[in-house]
Design a protein around this ligand. Structure first.
Ligand SMILES: Nc1ncnc2c1ncn2[C@@H]1O[C@H](COP(=O)(O)OP(=O)(O)OP(=O)(O)O)[C@@H](O)[C@H]1O
Ligand SMILES: O=C(O)[C@@H]1CCC(=O)N(CCc2ccc(Cl)cc2)[C@H]1c1ccccc1Cl
Length: 317
């Protein structure tokens, strides 16, 4: 075998140095703070070897332990590991490392920030933008649910934009990896230690939490379809469907399906929202579909869309 062939064989055996090398904070130049979470700070960082930019989420161990959030952190990491890099609509986890005080997650840098900020900036989206980004979220949920994962905290703050204005869904700390029967009861027997909650508390964010998560503490893929309906409503109107001065008042409105459509709300978007904001999880559009959300894909709102190639995103306006 020639030297060239030997090198070819060796190069196939050893992983590329870049990917395999263990990382530490000293491999990065930390820049500005991109944002803060309950027990995390996210920095823009540059890999000193490749000059590539990442978002590095830094968590303080003492704070995680004090807040009893170890399970939450381990779950976020496990979900990001399962998601890998096959679907473009999720933030990717490249590496993790730690030091005595902190945990580090090296993530895709979502250069264009949060969907929420764009909705607030424009007041509301054109129907073309709302349609396009709802379609990207449908494709993302098909992949996520196909992996047996429910996000459970889908909201415009957790939908970020990459440098080409495609979505990157993030924040999997509240996610659940479903059992084989496709539902997940959050009762005391099955709650993870770190998730153990009082019966009347919930996982997620008040305005986007589904009725079943409030009334039965149960969640399934249909819980994310409810949140999708809430996000579509907010992109088209600029407001959340369920609003109130307290979480209790918001919960009451959700459980009573108490919301209305402002004047001029796009009729096709309204029809889809009405079919997603349904109290019974299995009666939501797509809830009974298998592998792809065919019932949603076939909705009037998407009649001119090519699901195999959505094309470039329309300019947000
Ligand atoms: N990959 C990323 N790229 C760019 N900005 C990001 C990225 N991840 C998070 N951010 C920004 O950092 C902020 C904090 O994110 P982080 O995930 O640490 O906490 P959170 O999930 O927003 O809050 P909580 O932990 O309370 O749910 C976010 O609001 C977001 O604006
Ligand atoms: O799951 C992993 O990849 C490793 C496994 C080995 C390990 O020690 N950790 C850290 C576990 C951990 C979680 C929470 C606290 Cl507060 C402290 C340590 C995990 C870890 C290391 C770096 C960054 C995140 C995580 Cl979860």
């Amino acid at each position: 075998m020639s030297m060239r062939n030997v090198n070819q064989v060796i190069s196939k055996m050893t992983p590329p140095v870049e990917e395999a090398r263990r990382r530490s904070a000293s491999d990065y130049r930390f820049g500005k703070v991109l944002g803060e979470g309950s027990f995390s700070t996210v920095y823009l960082a540059k890999d000193i070897h490749t000059s590539k930019e990442y978002a590095i989420k830094v968590l303080e161990k003492a704070h995680i332990i004090r807040e009893k959030k170890t399970e939450y952190v381990m779950r976020e990491k496990e979900v990001l590991r399962i998601l890998g890099s096959s679907c473009p609509y999720f933030v990717r986890l490249y590496w993790t490392f730690q030091d005595p005080e902190h945990l580090y997650f090296v993530l895709t840098y979502a250069k264009n920030g949060e969907l929420l900020k764009q909705i607030d900036k424009c007041g509301c989206f054109t129907i073309d933008c709302a349609r396009y980004y709802t379609a990207e979220m449908v494709l993302a949920l098909e992949y996520l649910h196909g992996k047996g994962i429910v996000h459970r905290d889908l909201k415009p703050e957790n939908v970020l934009f990459d440098d080409n204005w495609h979505i990157l869904i993030t924040d999997f700390g509240s996610a659940k990896i479903l059992k084989t029967d496709n539902t997940e009861k959050c009762d005391n027997d099955t709650l993870d230690k770190g998730d153990r909650k009082r019966r009347n508390s919930f996982v997620g964010t008040a305005q986007f939490v589904s009725p079943e998560m409030l009334s039965e503490s149960s969640s399934s893929h249909a819980s994310d379809l409810w949140a999708l309906g809430c996000i579509l409503y907010q992109m088209v109107s600029g407001m959340m469907p369920f609003r109130g001065r307290s979480e209790f008042l918001i919960f009451q409105k959700i459980l009573n399906l108490e919301y209305e459509y402002p004047e001029g709300f796009d009729p096709q978007a309204k029809d889809l929202v009405q079919k997603l904001l349904v109290i019974a999880p299995n009666e939501r559009l797509g809830a009974m579909d298998q592998t792809t959300y065919t019932s949603i894909r076939q909705h009037e709102l998407f009649k001119d869309l090519n699901w195999d190639d959505l094309g470039p995103p329309p300019k947000i306006s």
